[in-house]
Design a protein around this ligand. Structure first.
Ligand code: NAD
Length: 362
């Protein structure tokens, strides 16, 4: 931290408090399994295999208790790798029998987007608490159905918004929402990557619901929403396509603007054409930037007053531990179904703004 006084900076942005709370985040090694909640992963694709299952080895309050997969080969491999008993292994047809399994407390839906609604509702009917991956659903209507099903069943629902439990992101929320640098005026938030395999479900409208916007555009929307702490009132948006064959069914690149009640405005890119990842927040008396801002980390950031310095944490472990704590202490998740629906409302307004070429009220 060059000429800038680190002590002054810590006092100003509250780094000390955040580090203190992080130091209480210990390894789960000494906590017996009986005291933890059992999680069953539904869909053993990339995210489950490479991020969630390893993260479950680091959680304090939950553990990988079961799996739901359509592949006997994966069932066998996971069973050996994670020591999962046969009675905790289901396929998509036998899934509903999970209702009778007392060792599974939480069902985590990690399927293609179009399957989220069905499996969250089936999980709720089985009497299990549910985590559903983002985007929560293909539409606001579907998202609301999922919220209603969980409420009717008396189970908790949360969405896989892992960044809400990540310290750089939490600092952005604090600085923006508490107006540490004055009122937020402008947000630039962008997220995209270069899409490879042209045959995957992410490029099929019926399964994905949309393209880059549904998949990673949601991070750009989230970034603007959590740095202002406000819900957008109006959106405008423009779509661009350079590969109409690959992106025949879904959007490749979208540029969108949001207007917030305080007068703050945001501008975002989301794309499947190239890599982009940044959150820049400009307030009356200062600015902050995270880059990278939304991927699995390490996240890095600075402000007009100096570098941000937080330890790297396992986003997914913290997210799942927070949900387990919600279940154990009957607390509502900060990333509940309503939070998921808020993003879907913005996404629907963005697609409408593209279709009409106008400024759309959210
Ligand atoms: P993936 O394609 O790697 O895995 C999807 C899984 O669903 C596979 O195991 C596949 O066999 C199974 N599946 C069952 N029925 C299917 C069908 N009819 N068609 C295709 N697959 C079917 O996808 P992923 O990257 O693991 O993503 C899964 C979900 O997780 C998506 O909703 C995605 O947006 C979300 N995700 C979230 C994050 C995050 O950081 N929060 C990161 C990656 C993915």
């Amino acid at each position: 931290m060059n000429n800038f006084s680190r002590r002054k900076f810590i006092a100003k942005v509250g780094l000390a408090t955040s580090l203190l709370s992080l130091s209480s985040y210990k390894s789960s090694a000494n906590i017996p399994q009986e005291k933890k909640l059992g999680v069953a992963l539904v869909g053993l694709g990339y995210y489950s295999e490479h991020l969630l299952a390893p993260a479950l080895q680091e959680t304090q309050h939950c553990y990988l208790a079961g799996i739901v997969t359509g592949s006997p080969e994966k069932a066998d491999r996971w069973k050996k790798l994670y020591n999962i008993p046969d009675k905790n292994i289901y396929d998509y047809k036998t899934f509903d029998r999970i209702a009778d399994n007392k060792t599974i407390d939480i069902i985590y839906v990690v399927l293609p987007n179009s399957m989220h609604r069905e499996f969250v509702i089936r999980a709720a009917k089985a009497g299990k608490h549910v985590i559903c991956e983002k985007p929560m659903a293909l539409s606001v209507k579907e998202g609301q159905d999922m919220i209603d099903a969980c409420k009717n069943a008396g189970v908790k629902l949360s969405i896989g918004y892992r960044l809400h439990f990540e310290p750089f992101t939490q600092e952005v929320m604090r600085i923006g929402q508490k107006q540490i640098f004055g009122k937020v005026k402008i947000v630039e938030s962008s997220m995209g990557f270069r899409m490879g395999n042209p045959d995957q479900w992410r490029l099929k409208k019926a399964m994905a619901g949309g393209g880059a916007m549904m998949d990673v555009g949601i991070y750009a929307i989230q970034g603007a929403r959590y740095s202002t702490g406000e819900e957008p009132v109006y959106v405008t948006a423009q779509e661009f396509k350079t590969d109409p064959v690959k992106f025949k069914e879904v959007d490749e690149t979208i540029l969108g603007q949001m207007e917030f009640p305080s007068g703050a405005v945001s501008n975002s890119h989301t794309t499947y054409a190239s890599s982009i990842e940044r959150l820049f927040v400009s307030a009356e008396n200062g600015w902050l930037e995270l880059r990278p801002a939304f991927s699995y980390g390490p996240i890095a950031g600075k402000t007009s007053e100096g570098m941000l310095d937080f330890p790297h944490v396992n986003h997914q472990a913290r997210q799942m531990d927070d949900f387990a704590d919600c279940v154990l202490n009957n607390r509502e998740s900060s990333v509940n179904g309503e939070e998921g629906v808020k993003d879907l409302k913005v996404i629907e307004a963005i697609y409408k703004a593209i279709a009409t070429g106008g400024r759309v009220r959210v």
